[in-house]
Ligand binder design. Sequence first.
Ligand code: ADP
Ligand code: MG
Length: 323
Amino acid sequence: MAEFELIEILKRRCKPSRADVRLGIGDDAAVVAVAAEHELVICTDTLVAGVHFPLDTDPADIGWKALAVNLSDLAAMGAQPVWALLALTLPSADADFITRFADGFADLAAQYQIDLIGGDTTSGPLTITVTAHGLVPTGQALRRDAARVGDVVFVTGTLGDAAAGLRCLQSNDADRPPIDVACAMLISRLNRPQPRVAAGLALRGLANACIDVSDGLLADLGHIAEASGAGIEIGEDCLPGSTALFERFDADACHALQMTGGDDYELAFTIAESNIEAMQAAMTRAACRVSRIGRVIAEAGVHVLDRNGERKQVHGKGWEHFA
Ligand code: ADP
Ligand code: MG
């Protein structure tokens, strides 16, 4: 199968839906119309086989996740996702792989009316790079560097599920729990993360700082703290967890997964006390659970309090590629 046939499969499965795309797949570059009084928010994220997903992952899940991780970055900025580019490196021109991959990608793209407007297709070790574009009204993007001392820290959804799902999958792990309903739920959080797009939009004008939890809660809160020139204190027992997580892992393992597990794609944000009520109403409308987990403090660093309010040491803050 030739390169153009692969592109044809992608084009056929990822149907265009947007009037603001003047020229999509097929020319040397795409042409889009940017809405007046908006700013363009752009991000890119790469998934490498064997690093970001196990080699035997369903291609449909890979397609979904490649887009999801980028939509999560847009959500963290409070942006409305609009267009995506896809740079694909494939070991072989495998029609079955690309068809399934495109279906997973298209499933999520359709949920948010995002158009695939172009990309690049090359041969080599399986690597997927998506570049996503979003829009925010001018000046309204949510940033990491805007937390203020005294802000309350919240997180959406539940933490630790994806890392727990990975544990369930790792067959050489001696204490691996058998695959049951709880594990299946945890694995689906790993393979099909739901980017918090609606929550990100709801936080515009209300939150001060926001980040998506991709590397682990402590690591990502550390980015907010550092960028904002402040610190964060969180309560270990305030961290939200799913029933499946609590069912499959003991309390210590749950805490570790919630604080340092990657790939959750929840949003962590800081907000002034006076905006909390409005935020909670907006989150209810967005059908998104939020939990209060801590505070922004003047002292640098991210600090964890145990149930007695004592600071505790946590080892391994999260995922780092070159560590
Ligand atoms: P060029 O040689 O001019 O760079 P290509 O042959 O690489 O063009 O691509 C042809 C068209 O197909 C372009 O519009 C490009 O954006 C699109 N395209 C190529 N690969 C992909 C892909 N993986 N996903 C989406 N569109 C793609
Ligand atoms: Mg060209």
